[in-house]
Structure formats: structure tokens, C-alpha cells
Design a protein around this ligand. Structure first.
Ligand code: MN
Length: 506
């Protein structure tokens, strides 16, 4: 963890910002530093170390200036007696909304299961307005988790468990895998100390052997790629996080020899075509382990993750996982939803993701200065439907535990979020098609589908939609639903409308 020493450290992370944005951040930095002068952290350090670090992390993942400013200011209302009206005067309504959202989340405490479910709902209720609030909160929690060593013991365990149970799954759902594993590994030793030690000891026994294997394979691979004419690539190693290794060990009866991805070798290239070329070269050089090839480029994970994974026999009796991806996929895999806010790519040489990024930005950022008292429908596009569903008031019966499981399994893994060309978000089940999308917008559009475009390309109506796709439905007055559509539709709503239309046609 790099410690922030000046505002420049933050600005350096965000070269994509314009002058106004940089100015806003500088003012927020000085304002917060001054507001917190009399406070200290548990560690004895000046309190401002914390918000400065949060601002830095937000810049690092590529957030916009308002969000970075809100990160710097996020504790000033609660802990430094700054009033909301002062903040609005100094930094405008957008920053105030973000800070108030984060403050609201901060008042939630993890206290056993009943409260836990309740808190989760509030968490999402507060977030439904603006997903950036959640990203600030994740970075806030990340720094708090990374400094747990200084926190009093009883409090420490609660924060650690809460981090594992609530924050890490949210980071995962937003595709922010780096943040997810940093959260997990900061909290794991305090949340589950016995299990942590067991994992650490197991790993000690196997550590050096795997490192050597990695080095040897990396050399061989670089040579093989160079010989085939692929020169513009980079490699890096990825160590599986302790907590994620723990979860896997639990599934494999604690047999570490059954885990093949403790360390993985990553190859990062520029185009999708190069990804497949690299896979071919890898398999030409080493024998792949059967059944271990996963093409997440053709079939992305629900949170949008893309890469090719394969495991090879390294020739010394061991195996090694190799992951191949493009730069754009790499960025997305690390920072997920935050990568879509990023203006970094706009100035980079991989301009392809820019269009998509802007659409997400438009989607996820409410208009600056928009009247928050405007009719709800006018601002309703600021969060995916699943977030709003969580926020809806719902009776807690005796099955809080079940509710919690629902949240973990259903909402976090079984939905895809796609967009209309205007940027409205439509929330659909996994494997949904343009037909589901059309009926989700309006039954009239569904009933007259003539074709569909996904990301500006014509596709067939049974095409599976993925997170972030922009879907456009082409309608014709003369088009009518047919029986085949029933098989292509995944939502009950679409099926119902198609059935009704088929009956009427007869
Ligand atoms: Mn904080």
C-alpha cells in the first residue's frame, strides 16, 4: 500500500482529469486536511491519512473528479462537524450527495444475522441512487481493513467478518477483483484466525517449488512467443489470495495437490485474435491438462470477466495455470465497473473500449445538479434494477438467513445488466436474449421484433446477452411472434406475452 504524502500523489494517478477536475480535488484535499487536523487514527497517525488514501484508491481505479473529491471528504460531515450546506456551498450538490450517501452507509453496523440482512438492504437502498457511493464505500472499507492491526480487538473481528460477508461480495459483483481480494486478504487473518494459519502453513510447504516452476515456464513461454513473432506482450504472475485459496481448499477436502492455480502466469496481449494465437503456442509447447481449458472470452463470467484459462503440465511433474487476455480485458478484470468510469483509456492507445465506457458513465452517473426532488422515474436510471429490488421494503420473516443466501447467490451471480442505446439499464436473468430485452422495454416492441443489434452489430434473436451489452431492437409493424420465440425467451414476462400473441393470431 503506497502512502499518500501530498495531493500530487493523487493527481498523478488521474492524468485523465481536466483542469476543473484537478482544481476540485486540490480544494477537497486542503479542506479535508484542515477539517481533520484535531483527529487521529487508532494507529496514532493524523486522521487525514485515511481519507487521503481513499481518494488515492479512487484515482487509481480511474474514477471521476467528483468521486475522488467525495472520497477525500467522506468523513468530514460525520467526524469533523462540517454541515451539508457548507459542503454544498464549497463543492456543489453532486459531491454533497456522494458524501451523504457514504455517510449513511457508515452508520450501518454488522450485528448478527438479523441486523445483517437489514443492513444489507439499507446499504443498497442508499446506493440505489448512485453506484459511485458504493465504490467510495468499498475503498473506505479497504483502507480500514488494511489497518485493522491497530483497531481494538472486539471491534476488529466485527469489521473483518463484515468485510468478508458484505463488502468483498459486492466488490466481486461489480467485477472489481483486485479490490475484492485485497478486502478478503486484509480481513481473513482477523475474521478466521485458525483457518488463516492453516492456509499459511500449507502454503509454506509448497511455496518455493511453485515459484521456480513459474519462472522456468515464463522464460520458455517468452522464447516461444518471440519465435512465432508475437513481440508486443507482457507477462505477470498472479498469486491466489489466501482467502480465495482457503475457500477452494474447503471445497477440495484440504488437499492442496488438487489446486492448480495457486500461482498463475498471465500473458497480456492487445487483440482477441492474439489471445487465441497465444493459446495455440502454449498448447504447442506444453501438454494441456484435459478439461482445464476455459474460454471466458467467448463465454464471459456473469460479472463480465474475460480471459482464456488453461492448465499445462510443466514437464517437471507439476502443473501451472496460464491466463491469456487483452489489455482491455485485463483492466476490466481488475477494476470491473470502475473501469467503465475511466477516462484513462480515452488517451491510451487501445481506444476500442471508449465508446462502451462512455455509455456506462452516462448510465451510472446522474446528471450534475439534477433536482433530487424530481419525479422518481426521471432519475430511476441511476442504478441497476437488482440494486433497487434489494432496496425495496420487504418483510423480514423468520427466514433472514434465507434472504441473505438469496442475496449472495441470486442477486450477485444470476443477473446480467444490458443497456438501451439511450443508456437505460435493463436487468435480465443470465442467458437472456434480445427477445427478453424487447419485452422488458414494452410488449409492443416485443410483439413486433424484426431484428436486433448488440453493440451495433446485427445478431440473431437467440443471441445470449452479456453484461454491458448495448442492445437495439428493430421493429416492423408486420412482424409477429412465432413459436420459436418461446424457446429463445428466458423471462416469464416475455413467454407470457408471446403465448398471448400466438393465441390471438389463431
Ligand atoms: Mn472512512
Amino acid at each position: 500500500m503506497l502512502s499518500v504524502k501530498s495531493c500530487n500523489d493523487i493527481l498523478k494517478e488521474a492524468p485523465y482529469l481536466d483542469d476543473a477536475g484537478r482544481e476540485l480535488i486540490k480544494r477537497a484535499y486542503l479542506f479535508a486536511e484542515k477539517a481533520h487536523t484535531t483527529h487521529t487514527r487508532y494507529s496514532g497517525e493524523p486522521y487525514f491519512v485515511h481519507p487521503a488514501q481513499v481518494g488515492f484508491s479512487l484515482a487509481h481505479v480511474g474514477m471521476d473528479a467528483h468521486t475522488i473529491a467525495a472520497g477525500l471528504l467522506h468523513d468530514t460531515i460525520e467526524d469533523a462537524d462540517v454541515t451539508p450546506s457548507d459542503m454544498a456551498k464549497e463543492f456543489g450538490p453532486e459531491v454533497l450527495d456522494l458524501v451523504e450517501g457514504v455517510t449513511k452507509l457508515g452508520s450501518l453496523r454488522y450485528q448478527g444475522l438479523e441486523r445483517h440482512a437489514e443492513s444489507l438492504r439499507k446499504l443498497f437502498a442508499a446506493t440505489a441512487k448512485d453506484i459511485r457511493v458504493l465504490i467510495v464505500k468499498l475503498m473506505d472499507r479497504l483502507h480500514n481493513a488494511q489497518t485493522l492491526a491497530h483497531v481494538p480487538e472486539q471491534k476488529r473481528k466485527r469489521i473483518a467478518l463484515e468485510t468478508l460477508d458484505i463488502y468483498a461480495p459486492i466488490a466481486d459483483r461489480l467485477g472489481m477483483s483486485v479490490v475484492k481480494s485485497e478486502l478478503e486478504d486484509a480481513a481473513f487473518p482477523y475474521a478466521l484466525p485458525e483457518q488463516y494459519k492453516r492456509v499459511r502453513d500449507l502454503l509454506k510447504e509448497r511455496g518455493s517449488e511453485t515459484e521456480q516452476r513459474l519462472e522456468k515456464t515464463e522464460k520458455g513461454l517468452k522464447r516461444a512467443l518471440a519465435q512465432t513473432g508475437i513481440r508486443d506482450f507482457r507477462t505477470e504472475s498472479r498469486k491466489k489470495g489466501f482467502y480465495s485459496l482457503f475457500r477452494k481448499l474447503e471445497r477440495k477436502e484440504w488437499d492442496i495437490t488438487k489446486i492448480h492455480d495457486i500461482i498463475a502466469l498471465r500473458v497480456i496481449v492487445h487483440t482477441i485474435a492474439e489471445c487465441y494465437t497465444v493459446l495455440g503456442i502454449v498448447h504447442g509447447e506444453w501438454r494441456p491438462v484435459p478439461g482445464k481449458i476455459k474460454d471466458y472470452i467467448a463465454f464471459p463470467k456473469p460479472n463480465g470477466y474475460q480471459s482464456i484459462h488453461t492448465t499445462i503440465y510443466t514437464g517437471d511433474g507439476g502443473t501451472l495455470e496460464i491466463q491469456v487476455r487483452s489489455e482491455a480485458m485485463h483492466r476490466e478484470a481488475q477494476f470491473g465497473i470502475a473501469a467503465h468510469f475511466s477516462y484513462k483509456e480515452a488517451t491510451g492507445h487501445h481506444g476500442k473500449a471508449v465508446g462502451k465506457g462512455i455509455d456506462w458513465v452516462r448510465q451510472l452517473m446522474p446528471e450534475v445538479g439534477m433536482d433530487t426532488k424530481a419525479p422518481k422515474s426521471a432519475r430511476d436510471m441511476s442504478a441497476p434494477q437488482w440494486v433497487k429490488e434489494l432496496a425495496e421494503v420487504r418483510e423480514i420473516s423468520s427466514d433472514s438467513e434465507e434472504y441473505l443466501e438469496d442475496i449472495k447467490t441470486d442477486f450477485f451471480t444470476h443477473r446480467v445488466f444490458v443497456f438501451t442505446p439511450k443508456g437505460d439499464v435493463i436487468d435480465l436473468p443470465i442467458a437472456a436474449t434480445p427477445i427478453d430485452f424487447a419485452y422488458a422495454i414494452h410488449s409492443d416492441i416485443g410483439n413486433h421484433i424484426a431484428g436486433a443489434k448488440v453493440n451495433a452489430k446485427m445478431v440473431s434473436l437467440d443471441t445470449e446477452l452479456h453484461n454491458g451489452d448495448i442492445v437495439e431492437i428493430i421493429t416492423k409493424k408486420s412482424s409477429r411472434p412465432n413459436k420459436k420465440w418461446l424457446d429463445m425467451a428466458k423471462t416469464t414476462m416475455a413467454k407470457k406475452h408471446i403465448r398471448t400473441a400466438l393465441i390471438q393470431q389463431r
